[in-house]
Design a protein around this ligand. Sequence first.
Ligand code: SF4
Length: 226
Amino acid sequence: MEVRISGTHFPLETLGPGQRLGIWFQGCALACPGCMSRHTWAPEGGTTEEVSGLLRMWEEALGRGAEGLTVSGGEPLDQPEALAGLLAGAARARDRADGGADGGEGGADLLVYTGYEPDELTAARHRALRGADAVITGRFRVARPTRLVWRGSANQRLRPLTARGERRYAPHLARDSAGGRLQVVAQPGPPAGVRVHGVPLRGELRAVEQGLREAGVTLRSPSWRP
Ligand code: SF4
C-alpha cells in the first residue's frame, strides 16, 4: 500500500512524549491561516512511499529506543487506508518489541494529529484511527494561542483513545510546555534545507529565522509564509 508523505524524522522530541519517530503525511485541504507547514498542503507534493517501508523505519526506531510514533501532516486522515495500515502495523511491531509483557500498559505509543474537529470524525475516519493510542484534533486557530504542550492553539484537544494512551497522556492534558517547543533539523539535499518540528509560540518562528540568519543560514521560502 502506498502513502504520500512529506517527510520523516527520528528522534523527534517536540510532538509527543520522549524520543519518537515522526511521519508527516502529504496533502491538506484545510488551509488554516497561519499554518507553519504550507509545504504539506499540495496532495501531489512530497514523495510516494510504501507503508511497509515506513514500518521498517518504525522497527528500526524501536530498536534504537523510540518511545512513540507521531503521525502528523498535512492531514493524515485524508489518506485513511494508508493511515489505518500504518497504525495497525506499527502497533503489531510495538507489541512484538514489548513481548506483550506489559499487558498494554507500557511500550511506545502511537499519536496522530488531525486538523479535523471531533464532530468531523466520520465512521471512516474513526476506523482509520483505530490503532492510535491518542489523537490531537482541531484546526490551528492563529487567534487562539496556547502554551499547552504539543498543541498549536487553545481549541485543539488531546484525547487518549486506549489504556496505554490514557497512562501516557493523562499527565499532559492540561500541562503547559516547559520550553523546547521547536526542534530545528538540517535536511541534507538536494535540495538542502531546514525542517522545524514542533508547535511554536507566537513569534518563535521569527526568532528561529533570526537565529539561523545569525548563523549564516538565510531561509529562502519558509513554509509558514504564504
Ligand atoms: S495546521 Fe494542520 S490542518 Fe491546518 S492547514 Fe496546516 S497542516 Fe492542515
